[in-house]
Design a protein around this ligand. Sequence first.
Ligand code: ADP
Ligand code: MG
Length: 376
Amino acid sequence: MRELDDRTIRQIAAGEVVERPASAVKELVENSLDADADRISVAVDAGGTQGIRVRDDGVGMDRESAERAIEEHTTSKIDGIDDLEAGVGTLGFRGEALHTIGAVSRLTIRTKPRARSAGDSGENRETRGGASGTEIRVEGGDVTAVGAAGCPEGTVVEVEDLFFNTPARKKFLKTTATEFDHVNTVVTHYALANPDVAISLEHDGREVFATEGRGSLQSAVLSVYGREVAESMIEVEYDPADEADPPTETGSAVGAESDSTDGTGTVEGVRGLVSHPETTRSTREYLSTFVNGRYVTDGVLREAVLDAYGGQLAGDRYPFAVLFVDVPADTVDVNAHPRKMEIRYDNESGVRAAVTDAVRTALLDEGLIRSTAPRG
Ligand code: ADP
Ligand code: MG
């Protein structure tokens, strides 16, 4: 029995947060979204194993904030546990991503505060860093340079040689193609969840996709999945407040087997797009589900979508879906693990039934599935 040294402890902890290039990309894109960016461009080399660059036009940081940002457990997003319990409006809050990525790579941050933002008076502008930007370099956890840098407003984070100092973890990386698939999946989901932000992805210098950021989910789907898929998409729009009748045994699915007394609080809304039953792929990975705005790989929701198609899907074929499900924040646990995208519901069967109902209604309206007797 022996005590692990600090370095080993830190590197084990780092592996919990940053498992592969895609996990670093996820953290950096979340930071850009939290920074209120309108444009985010992600560029990776060799699937992200050699280089990752995330550039945004968000609020940026002054020198002091940038230096604090790479320290352990520093965040500008919450003050303490009270804020956490009140519910966090930002994607990040643990304050560990930049520190962790810096511990296992060569990290460069170039950042400059936005000169002016809504509700900002001239006074604040002075204290937020003036005209020049800041560049910080970190190598394997050591800050190797801090200085002034000319750069546009916003933030660029570059990650080179991920895991250069943790060979054991580096060995776990898969092929460039597989690592890029993971990166692509992550960036795609943020692009779909944030159609009002222009998000682009580049791999080895070639553009993979670029959304326009004009706010329509349809146009984000077109940019990400192409015309054939975009044109086959059917709108799903379900708002329990619009339901004329209170839930009955065979009618609205909301509240089915609900624990709550009135049963109506289970799902607040289901909206998004699902594909024509003949526009399918051979994997489930194009069934993208978001709960309260967060991407989740949730078997429950995926099954709920598939159920709605009834027998209309060919064997082993799966439709496209980009579905946003809103539930009361206190009825889900999304805090499971920073890396996992799992979720637990207080009323799983109620959520599932509501989603199936919403998707089935949309498909029925388009005449794409046959009406069947409501399931009892
Ligand atoms: P968290 O996101 O949990 O706060 P991070 O380590 O990801 O922790 O980031 C630390 C802090 O650095 C953030 O709270 C934020 O203040 C700042 N920061 C990180 N990325 C950006 C960015 N792209 N633009 C502006 N500020 C950023
Ligand atoms: Mg973060």
